[in-house]
Design a protein around this ligand. Sequence first.
Ligand SMILES: [Zn+2]
Length: 270
Amino acid sequence: MTDLPRRRLITLLGAGLAAVPAYALAEGGVVHGDASPPSVRRARRPRAAAKPAAATPAPETAPHAHAAPPSVSPDEAMDRLMRGNARFAEGYGAHPNSGAPRRVEVAAGQRPFATILACADSRAAPELIFDQGLGDLFVVRVAGNVVDDAVLASIEYSVIHLGSTLIMALGHERCGAVKATIEALAGRGDPADRDTKIGALAALIAPAVRATPPGAPDPLDAAVSLNAAHAAGEILARSPPLRTRVVAGSLKIVAARYDLDDGRVTPTRA
Ligand SMILES: [Zn+2]
């Protein structure tokens, strides 16, 4: 990883996401900062709000004949995600873009505004925890939110061909895959995992576990955050086209941790 992307990544990861007002809203890319209660918002929500297309493709995508123009700016994408998470965590989920009109709209084509690499854990479903709907998020899920070739190719496709401008590697509290890796590296692997591919998965999580500082008060939670940061770093390091976009400012890659208890997503540092 060069200095520049690392600086950008750290800057973004460190960017404070100030507390979002309870009713702050950014669904469908249509309404921002709406302070009215959910019932009012629901009543006047556009039935099939079409996102305005960007007028001109970003310079680095222009030469690619089949590249999609960016859907929204990376900062707007992050804002929409975090506002949606605030709605979810506070119990005011608007469940946008989930009805029949949206289904019809996106049947013709998709332009997800963000890409989420999440764990397969049944409690960490991105569409739910970010309060988004059909066609909003391009989600890649695998236990331990690790990056292999198939995962990276999926992520690349979402950015290059669908116009996503934000990639979030999302770890979560009490991740079983990270916990199993910690146990395996300590020589306490589960005999039931013998003759499975679970060891191959653990090998992808192991770098984060090994990077956990000795004496960390909560080694599992520290490893979860490091693992998400490691995944974000892998995406940046292993994909030249995505790196080009990050350097140009048309794509951001962030790492974050989801708290199972309070429902909050918090950006983490590498
Ligand atoms: Zn997990």
